[in-house]
Ligand binder design. Structure first.
Ligand SMILES: *Cc1c(COP(=O)(O)O)cnc(C)c1O
Length: 372
């Protein structure tokens, strides 16, 4: 027998705290109001569901490995070059592939303090070093990010708007970030919630990808298109980045049903518009009504709200979570994002939103009003 040598994952892997998804069920089973994963209350377009069912007839065939029909549909909608679009099994896969292509041990990658936690995971998975930039007003801060760029920096991941804060950087700020970073640093703009943003000073990233050689934008069908379970994302890339991703992705990384369903869901603009309009109304209304209960709400550009609870005895975020669950309402705990005193609430249907308001009114109740 040879000397004992322990099997060990490579550098960085055991530093990764596993991603904890939003809770999806409650003890005892039964129906619950699930507002924990930023899914749309409208579900997918009926046309998308039809396309999915029709795709069941061809399950024995490998899909088109380049997802060409989906890339062409996306390109047509946004006026892009389909050759520069790469599709993936959710944008998570693309965030991962970008790290695989551009990061290794000794390299640094920057994300912001309350940024989406998948960035930390994919950076560590490549043996690279995550560098965390402080935020200002729970918003990514361009100067803090730029101050952390070193010769070892290879990538910056920015969710815009960010999850779980819902805050965003204006296009001017994103341009200033790009201009301040060295040319050999890849800027990844994760625009998972772009369809929900109504601010005039926002741009998802398409323009910056078109005008620079070192910026990538990622998008997803998981949020406003209501296809989270199907796993479809896409990246709009400079030619050289698309080339790198196409060399390392799985040859059939997007399934046939996903391609067909993605195409059909893009065609139903009215369905998407309804979801965006509903969100706009309820995001505003919930922000006001929750604030009226004495809760602090971070202004959100997306389809969720970060709700901050007082630390006072009996009214912490953990207490609120327990109370809400007793009413069969599931919000998202966000301790691992650095928010021990907050819960994240996805905007739901009118009934769901009103149920949350009603529950939190009782929770904050008599003692809440006095205490605050
Ligand atoms: C939900 C989300 C995604 C989307 O992930 P998919 O893998 O496409 O489902 C990406 N980025 C952020 C910031 C998100 O919140």
């Amino acid at each position: 027998m040879t000397a004992k040598r322990a099997l060990r994952p490579r550098q960085g892997i055991l530093d990764i705290a596993p991603y904890v998804p939003g809770k999806s069920a409650l003890a005892g089973g039964g129906p619950a109001i699930k507002l924990s994963s930023n899914e749309t209350p409208f579900g997918p377009s009926p046309r998308a569901v039809e396309a999915y069912l029709a795709a069941a007839k061809t399950l024995s065939r490998y899909p088109d490995g380049s997802a060409r029909s989906l890339r062409e549909a996306i390109a047509k909608l946004y006026g892009l070059d389909p050759a520069r679009i790469v599709c993936g099994a959710g944008s998570d896969e693309l965030l991962n592939l970008l790290a695989t292509a551009y990061l290794g041990p000794g390299d640094e990658a920057i994300y912001s303090r309350h940024g989406f936690l998948v960035y930390r995971i994919v950076i560590l998975a490549r043996g690279a070093t995550p560098v965390v930039a402080p935020e200002k007003d729970l918003t990514a801060d361009v100067d803090e990010i730029l101050a952390r760029a070193t010769p070892a920096t290879r990538m910056v991941y920015l969710a815009n708007p960010n999850n779980p804060t819902g805050t965003y950087l204006t296009f001017d700020e994103v341009k200033r970030l790009r201009a301040g970073l060295p040319d050999d640093v890849l800027l990844v703009l994760d625009a998972a919630y772009a369809e929900y943003v109504r601010a005039n000073d926002y741009e998802s990233g398409i323009e910056l990808v078109a005008t620079t050689s070192n910026t990538v934008m990622t998008r997803t069908f998981s949020k406003i298109y209501g296809l989270a379970s199907l796993r479809i994302g896409w990246a709009y890339c400079p030619d050289a980045v698309a080339d790198a991703l196409n060399r390392i992705r799985g040859p059939f990384n997007v399934s046939g049903p996903a391609i067909a369903t993605g195409v059909a869901s893009l065609e139903d603009r009215a369905h998407m518009q309804r979801a965006a309009d509903h969100n706009e109304i309820w995001r505003g209304r919930m922000t006001e009504d929750l604030a009226a209960l004495g809760l602090a709400i971070t202004p959100s550009a997306a389809n969720f709200l970060l709700v901050h609870f007082p630390r006072a005895n009996g009214h912490s975020a953990v207490d609120a979570d327990t109370f809400l669950q007793s009413r069969r309402i599931i919000l998202r705990r966000v301790e691992e994002y650095g928010f021990a005193d907050a819960l994240r609430m996805t905007i739901g249907t009118e009934d769901e939103n009103l149920a949350v308001l009603d529950a939190l009114k009782s929770f904050m109740g008599a003692s809440g009003a006095k205490r605050l």
